[in-house]
Design a protein around this ligand. Structure first.
Ligand code: GA4
Length: 330
């Protein structure tokens, strides 16, 4: 067996030997929210599981301002950033993802989007000027949440389910269990010497919630797993949003919409910043197929569970585990 050596600093991380260079994927569905046919295009895009949204109405200055604030934070000395951690699950984290031993070439801030429950620690993260940071988060998250609700209402229209807020009300609910994540994938110069190998920034996983809305800077890194198991790179687009169907949305459509596995790879020269809103329902919400989507005699392919039960189980899992599999009927 040939053992390839790697710099000691990378010992703890996963390096993936790509069989062939992962090609830039040109097949991501694009939905123009101002298109008169948007409701049908969105349903098709959700069946694929990940899509790009343009003409989304979120002001570009909200994105730029938050990106600048995020950089300001990630550029602070390590000791200052550490004061905002460890993530439990909210707060600053680096390298470790979740509570069960996953690691990645990443540092991040995880926040609860519900102002009532933003922990004291989250508030004190930005010592010298917390207001500027928090108002940038607030403005951005409100605009993105509004857009996510619009997307969910178009889905309801496209699926002909009434009332049209049957999905969006879950995000608008004051008890909605949604969160927000700022990720920084620093460049890794050592990678250049390891030709053909890729460094995992955020390992493969699906998102547990209903819907995730991602915006990144212009650095690539996001990869998705296609139905045939091949991994492809999603070309970055700093002016658009990428929407992911979450596990809960897959269940609510009895498997029609797909929660696609995705991961992020680090780059050797460029740093990647991403911001993701994860729209989840209230903890007590029952996650089950919407009755009007079931044909006569059709049954749910999942056992019934509440969002709280799913979340509790998710937080006991490793990133790459098949979380939904545990809830599939045998
Ligand atoms: C994946 C989606 C979101 O980033 C997240 C992640 C969470 C965490 O980082 O704490 C989890 C992961 C995510 C799913 C399985 C568990 C929990 C890390 C992990 C190993 C915030 C979420 O809600 O679930």
């Amino acid at each position: 067996m040939v053992v390839l050596s790697q710099p000691a600093a990378l010992d703890d991380y996963s390096l993936i030997q790509a069989r062939k260079p992962t090609g830039l994927f040109t097949g991501i569905p694009v939905v123009d929210l101002s298109d008169p046919d948007a409701k049908n295009l969105i349903v098709k895009a959700c069946e694929f599981g990940i899509f790009k949204v343009v003409n989304h109405g979120v002001p570009v200055e909200f994105m730029n301002k938050l990106e600048a604030e995020a950089l300001r934070f990630f550029n602070l000395p390590q000791s200052e950033k550490d004061r905002a951690g460890p993530p439990d699950p909210f707060g600053y984290g680096s390298k470790r993802i979740g509570p069960n031993g996953d690691v990645g070439w990443i540092e991040y801030v995880l926040l609860n989007t519900n102002p009532e429950v933003i922990s004291h620690k989250s508030f004190s993260i930005f010592q010298e000027n917390p207001e500027m940071f928090l108002s940038a988060v607030d403005r951005y998250v409100s605009a993105v949440k509004k857009m996510a609700c619009e997307v969910l209402e178009l889905v309801a229209d496209g699926l002909e389910i009434k009332p049209r807020n049957v999905l969006s009300r879950l995000l608008r609910d004051e008890k909605s269990d949604s969160c927000f994540r700022l990720n920084h994938y620093p460049p890794c110069p050592e990678l250049q010497a390891l030709s053909g190998r890729n460094l995992v920034g955020f390992g493969e996983h699906t998102d547990p919630q209903i819907i995730s809305v991602l915006r990144s800077n212009n650095t690539s890194g996001l990869q998705i797993c296609l139905r045939d198991g091949t991994w492809v790179t999603v070309p970055p687009d700093q002016f658009s949003f990428f929407i992911n169907v979450g596990d809960s949305f897959q269940v609510m459509t009895n498997g029609r919409f797909k929660s696609v596995k995705h991961r992020v790879m680090a780059d050797h020269t460029k740093s990647r910043i991403s911001m993701i809103y994860f729209g989840g329902p209230p903890l007590s919400e029952k996650i089950a197929p919407l009755p009007s989507l079931l044909a006569e005699g059709e049954e749910s392919i999942y056992n019934e569970f509440s969002w709280w039960e799913y979340k509790r189980s998710a937080y006991k899992s490793r990133l790459g585990d098949d979380r939904l599999g545990l809830f599939e009927k045998s």
